[in-house]
Design a protein around this ligand. Structure first.
Ligand code: GLP
Length: 241
């Protein structure tokens, strides 16, 4: 079972994970961080931004985002390219050339997954992967039914995920139908996983991921296969454990 840490609130969680990232960067300035999008990891990025403002240098850090929408321009404000740039690269003063996001433009999409896998391997793999979790148990955009051996590829988003993410768009019709996401196999290759979840709406997905059977129906249950997986949750997200 993954190690579970229940914290008082998301700020405490953010500080905890920021501490782990700082330690990693202290050991190796060009360590490789796995970046998640969504609202969940924001307290981590905020805590890191404060440390950077206080003098921490993360400019050598390398990073790989988990996923990207397919079919929206990289410059769209809700593309994960834009989100990573706005919420991570700029506030943390990272070097944009060292930060990678899967290429979700439709042109060349059939080879984009393999190219991304090659880039991660060439970097020596991800040292610390930050993860959120969808209400349907997805990690990255690995929706229920994803193979535990899957690598970066195109996935169709579920109706539930599109509804959940509609808040970032003008309407649900604007939420893309597809994504390109690191696979569960890609994620499991990271040397360390930290999954964060906050709020009651995540409680059943967290319980299924941490204590449920290993099942493609709950993609996040794949973390049970990882020797160094930590789950950081608030009391609401832990309420069904
Ligand atoms: C999104 C992302 C995931 C994220 C999840 C939860 O669709 N692709 O990486 O973990 O859904 O999002 P949030 O943190 O906003 O609840």
């Amino acid at each position: 079972m993954a190690e579970v840490i229940v914290v008082a609130n998301r700020e405490v969680a953010g500080a905890l994970v920021a501490e782990a990232v700082e330690r990693l960067a202290g050991e190796r300035a060009d360590a490789v961080l796995g970046l998640a999008t969504g609202s969940t990891p924001l307290p981590v990025y905020r805590a890191l931004a404060e440390r950077v403002a206080a003098g921490l240098d993360l400019s050598k850090l390398r990073g790989f985002a988990l996923d990207e929408y397919v079919g929206i321009a990289a410059g769209h404000p809700q593309s994960y390219h834009s989100v990573i740039d706005r919420e991570v690269v700029r506030p943390l003063h990272l070097d944009a050339r060292r930060i990678h996001v899967p290429d979700g433009r439709s042109l060349g999409i059939e080879t984009a997954g393999a190219r991304y896998e090659d880039a991660i391997l060439a970097a020596g793999g991800v040292d610390l992967q930050i993860l959120g979790i969808g209400t349907d148990g997805h990690i990255g955009f690995n929706e229920p039914g994803s193979s535990f051996a899957s690598l970066t590829r195109v996935k169709t988003l579920t109706e539930q995920t599109r509804r959940d993410n509609a808040r970032f768009f003008d309407s649900i019709d604007d939420v893309p139908l597809h994504s390109i996401t690191q696979g569960l196999g890609t994620i499991l290759r990271a040397k360390r996983l930290v999954l964060l979840a906050f709020g009651r709406q995540k409680a059943s997905a967290v319980a299924a991921a941490v204590e449920g059977p290993l099942s493609a129906g709950t993609p996040a249950s794949a973390i049970q296969l990882h020797p160094r997986a930590t789950v950081v949750v608030d009391e609401e997200a832990a309420s069904q454990l």
